[in-house]
Design a protein around this ligand. Sequence first.
Ligand code: SF4
Ligand code: SF4
Length: 419
Amino acid sequence: MDAVMQAELKRLFETKLNRAMRLYLETCTHCGVCVEACHVWQSMPESKYTAVGRAEIVRKVFLKYFSLEGRIAPWAGETIELDDVAVERFYDAAYSCTGCRRCMVYCPFGIDTQQIMSIAKLLLVGADKEPKLLSMLADMSIAKGEDVESSSAGFAEAIANLEPQVEALYPTPAGRKTIPLGVQKADVMFVGLSGAHSIVPAAAILNAAGINWTLSSFEAVNFGAFMGDPKRTKAIAQRIVAEAERLQAKRVAIVECGTAYRVMKYQTGEHSFETVAFVELIAKYLKGGMIRLRRNVDKRLTYHDPCQVARNGGIYEAPRFVISKLAQDFVELTPNREYNWCCGGGGGLIAMGELEFRMKSSRVKMEQVKATGAGAICTICENCHTQLTDLNAHYDMGLDVHSLTMLAAHALVKPGEKA
Ligand code: SF4
Ligand code: SF4
């Protein structure tokens, strides 16, 4: 690594050094409490897979360049030179961490290893060593935001083709559009993912509730957040913020995508609209008597709290309320809510593929699900759904893996039907 690159990486490092980050980097007592909290270490017990082990690589670079003792007596402590070897170690640390923040819940000082890993990810971007698939996907999302006009006709046609599937789940009320686009002052702007599986069930539920809604032109997923690039994260989220503000939407409802929800809710500042996870709307419409569901899950069902929606987003009860209307026999995972084990698919690993690592590093998740005796599992995050589906196949678990929104849409009681 040449001096120019090293100076640039030091500059990037410094941009992350706010008060909270300095506390995370300066406070660790190496007590090791976080070690057992990490699903990767639980499944693959090697020191490089501990939370504290990952953080130490960043911490030692911090000590060398940004701490008093590192500057005046660099020989005194164990420090790491910011060079090509360090960058390789950043990659191994950051992309074996799903950013689940379970270690933070157990750390007596609340040290956020995900935040420390965000330094490693940013420096990888600076060194042009980030996973190229993630940066390509992020750039494609940004390009779509810059040229939405040219794709609008094709998008409208593709959406219109989904309408029969929505109608099959719930007939659109008279005088309404089945999947509305570009509606001003809608009560809800729904932000989906690419494909029928995310748009169709949400549309049916919104139509059944009689909501004045509109579909966003953009996908919720934020590849910039997976690669820890603040500029790309902001650019991708900003497309949705600008659209919601232009349409004067009252609420932005994010599809089952934990990272997209967390970025929109907590990392885009103040807006004229409220951000909600779609499951919160399903629970609200149920409580208000605006939709009715019939019990449609015969097998024993369990629920996986996605890290970015639950532990890091605070949504625990809404999905459980919806499940209470669908399942005869519900069993909690142990532990659950903020202590739930990560599925092992976050932090960009699903988008990157990484099947072998994901399966090996989530053995503890597989064992947790198996212990419930459930025949079915549901969740509210596309990443978690994909990871659970892969785990189910890899470990031959014999589960039905469901999206909760999809379950609810298929359980809608239609006009004239009995629950
Ligand atoms: S954030 Fe999750 S994956 Fe990363 S070190 Fe902590 S517990 Fe492990
Ligand atoms: S629990 Fe906290 S203080 Fe203890 S080793 Fe882990 S990060 Fe450091």
